[in-house]
Design a protein around this ligand. Structure first.
Ligand code: 6R9
Length: 574
């Protein structure tokens, strides 16, 4: 597919090269309160500031699931988060304490998360699907003192094994309140009813004070707590403005759950720092439900992930045709490499260029993106946002020439970079093993125009017959085959070749596994890519193992193949 030129019209048409030259992060500071007082609070900047600026009646949150549909103005969000803050204060939450939130996407989750930030707490959002061990290890490591949850999820919190945990706030029916464990149980709804909203509950903090702790699991070992501070808001705000292109009238929908960093940085902070109406859809994914959400709320900016786009592609095309999706003006993707086939689908069916964005839990916000005024090269992640320097380097820290694969690294010093790995300095230092650079753990190359091309996580790159092959290129080609819905490619140890390429493939509706199909797919790769990229083995699966953020877990495929333990599986989908 050829290069896609920007659409003219209602877009951020600031020139990339000019911004790169001119922009400095200090420029962003002026509009936030600490430029006047020296103190700040992200929750105030995201909600209360807009009320102070006369936008109190604007809708901040549109929430819906199969049972509820509710809208909250910025004024109402200010009130609710003030009350939640007072509730946390009443139960002894002090600045720096860890407040965990373990519940489905509902307005209460968003209110509690911002309410906890208002009192200076460090929030820890957990996926509602976590089971006991995943919950235990995160609460134990963070030494959280308080958790907000629902009666349904309560049995998955091993409260007796968590000495630091003192208070459990239950969002649900009061009669289900438990007692007798030595812990305090609090009813969210009765507490909120009896509390009054008071602006003086806000704890004003420093830019370097703690904001959020996101646990992300490595391939083996325990999940690590990635710690971010209030300063990250500079980048949440600016990238949401530039890259999501959020404007006053937008209706914005980020499909990610706050258990994943995308669901906080761009499901909460980015849009609300920009004062934009934010859509949250509870419940599970279904193509009908998603298209209906866009149509009903007139979503204009849509941020999702390759796995979701691929599931929409694999669904019957008639489903999409039932809905009016003309409100959409801008579509973006994150979390995994964006296959050119997905970009082509987006262009042909949604009539939009899907903009890829690359970043990590550790980086806190977008770093490499398709900036709006720049052409898109399908299959590339784009270029560093202004204010960020990225490079492809070797083990010695030397920059590599175009098209040479190496470490994707970022010059330290962007505003939203993590400040530590909770209680694990050793792990934190590993990211900075090459002086001056943050080493991402991803392998990529850069082309002569400065675009970055993702190849795979370092561990996923395959050495076969003396050549380094990134799994992404093969996976992308596989999903171009009409029978293939999703593909995960690994290197399987082989005495002669070092590794051979093995593909795990799930099929689209209406296709069935057969030897002929396998050979046809192999011939397709040989013709379209090259002989050395052909997967010698193809195994068909109903579903590929994925994380809750939609990443194909190649290490699990490898472990299956080698009959080895698969490591930490707490973030794997059911
Ligand atoms: C935000 C997020 C980070 C890892 C990252 C990379 C992969 C994310 C990507 C991408 C290719 C993109 N990744 N975005 N790979 N193209 N646009 O995903 O954070 O869950 O910590 O994952 O995800 O491998 O290193 P996180």
């Amino acid at each position: 597919m050829s290069i896609l030129q920007p659409k003219l019209g209602n877009y951020n048409l600031e020139n990339y090269d000019v911004m790169k030259e001119r922009f400095h992060w200090d420029d962003v500071k002026s509009q936030f309160s600490w430029s006047k007082t020296g103190k700040v609070n992200l929750a105030y900047e995201a909600i209360d500031r807009h009320v102070a600026n006369g936008k109190g009646e604007k809708v901040a949150l549109i929430y819906s699931d199969s049972l509820r549909e509710e809208m909250y103005t910025f004024s109402e969000m200010k009130h609710e988060t003030n009350k939640a803050a007072a509730m946390f204060k009443k139960y002894n939450v002090a600045k720096g304490d860890r407040v965990f939130i373990f519940m489905p996407r509902t307005p209460e989750l968003y209110i509690c998360l911002l309410g906890a930030i208002k009192v200076g707490a460090v929030v820890g959002p957990l996926f509602e699907a976590f089971m006991k061990e995943a919950v235990r290890s995160r609460l134990e490591d963070s030494e959280a003192t308080i958790i907000v949850t629902t009666p349904e999820l309560l049995p998955r919190i091993p409260i007796a094994e968590l000495p630091h945990l003192q208070t459990i706030i239950l969002v649900g029916e009061e009669e289900k309140l438990s007692t007798g464990s030595g812990k305090k149980f609090v009813s969210y709804y009765s507490e909120m009813e009896s509390t009054v909203s008071d602006d003086n509950t806000i704890e004003w903090v420093d830019l370097e004070d703690g904001l959020i702790l996101h646990y992300t699991s490595g391939s083996t070992g325990k999940p690590k707590g990635v710690y971010h501070v209030h300063n990250a808001m500079l980048q949440h705000y600016q990238t949401a403005k530039w890259v999501l292109d959020l404007k006053e009238d937008d209706i914005y929908w980020c499909t990610a759950d706050p258990g994943w960093v995308t669901g906080t940085s761009y499901g909460i902070f980015g849009p609300w720092l920009n004062g934009v109406t934010n859509v949250v859809r509870g419940g599970r994914f279904s193509p009908d439900d998603w298209y209906k959400t866009i149509e009903k709320y007139q979503v204009s900016v849509w941020y999702s992930a390759p796995t979701a786009f691929r599931m929409l592609m694999a669904a019957a095309p008639e489903i999409m045709k039932k809905y009016d999706l003309s409100s959409i003006r801008h579509v973006l993707s994150v979390g995994e490499p964006l296959n050119p086939e997905v970009v082509r689908w987006g262009f042909e069916t949604l009539h939009h260029r899907i903009h890829d964005t690359w970043w990590m839990t550790e980086t806190g916000a977008m770093l490499i993106c398709n900036y709006l005024s720049e052409p898109i090269k399908p299959g590339s992640m784009g270029k560093p946002v202004p204010g960020v320097e990225a490079a492809i380097i070797n083990d010695k820290g030397e920059k590599l020439p175009p098209y040479e694969m190496g470490h994707l690294a970022i010059k330290a010093g962007w505003p939203s970079m993590m400040r530590k790995i909770w209680k694990n300095e050793l792990k934190y230092n590993e990211y900075y093993s090459i002086p001056g650079w943050y080493v991402s753990g991803d392998t990529a190359y850069q082309d002569e125009d400065g675009y970055f091309w993702f190849q795979g996580r370092n561990d996923d790159v395959i050495m076969t017959s003396g050549e380094r092959v990134g799994p992404f290129e093969i996976e992308s080609k596989l999903v171009e085959h009409p029978a293939v819905a999703e593909a995960g490619v690994i290197g399987k140890p082989d005495e002669i070749r070092g590794h051979i390429i093995k593909a795990f493939v799930s099929l689209r509706e209406g296709y069935e596994y057969s030897d002929e199909l396998k050979q046809e797919i192999q011939a397709f790769i040989k013709k379209e890519l090259s002989a050395h990229a052909v997967p010698r083995e193809i195994e068909f699966k109903d579903k590929l193992p994925k994380t809750r953020s939609g990443k194909i877990m190649r290490r699990v495929l490898k472990a299956w193949e080698l009959n080895e333990p698969a490591g930490d599986l707490s973030t794997m989908e059911d």
